[in-house]
Write a protein that binds this ligand. Structure first.
Ligand code: HEM
Length: 154
């Protein structure tokens, strides 16, 4: 008798788990749906930038640093085609100006990325590391200005 109850409990548990998993999956995909196309590009920039931060100062890692630079430049350039989600919070009359300012800032940032590339190619890792630190600060400033929900004080 006890064994039957145990078996029944087991069957119920096994039957419920996939249901729970499916719901978890749904919640996750709802979150993912919220990511913008710009957000997806930025996520790739973020992953490559984390690696670059760890490798920029080290001349033995220049090949990998240059790979990350290529990923950052490619995705920042692609990000120029999209408007920040924050645009919708701006009054209609200010939206064009807001998007233009976003594009100008992003182009400036791409220019800094290109400077990092030049420094690495010249074997100047000290300069590369300084520029990467600047990129980190610029990122914070840019996010305060253009990224919806970013903390205003960091
Ligand atoms: C090294 C520099 C940068 C890094 C590592 C970086 C990284 C990121 C990351 C990880 C996200 C969140 C993505 C997500 O999960 O959806 C994000 C979002 C965003 N970033 Fe950057 N970012 C950088 C520079 C910039 C610059 C220079 C700008 C603007 C000029 C910018 C504008 C934005 C905006 C607007 C979003 C929100 C996405 C949206 O509105 O749809 N980022 N960034």
């Amino acid at each position: 008798m006890k064994i039957r109850i145990l078996l029944l409990t087991l069957i119920c548990a096994v039957a419920t788990v996939p249901g729970v998993r499916a719901q978890e999956g749904k919640a996750k995909s709802a979150d993912q749906d919220e990511q913008t196309e710009l957000g997806a590009k930025m996520e790739k920039v973020g992953a490559a930038f984390r690696k670059l931060r760890g490798s920029a100062a080290d001349a033995t890692k220049n090949a990998d640093s240059l790979k990350q630079i290529a990923i950052i430049r490619e995705n920042m350039t692609a990000a120029l085609k999209f408007d920040p989600a924050m645009k919708a919070d701006k009054p209609a009359a200010d939206q064009a100006k807001f998007v233009a300012a976003y594009q100008t800032k992003l182009k400036e940032e791409i220019a800094v990325v290109e400077k990092v590339e030049a420094a690495l190619k010249a074997g100047n890792n000290e300069e590369a590391a300084k520029l990467v630190a600047q990129l980190g600060q610029d990122q914070k400033d840019a996010h305060k200005q253009f990224k919806k929900g970013a903390p205003k004080k960091q």
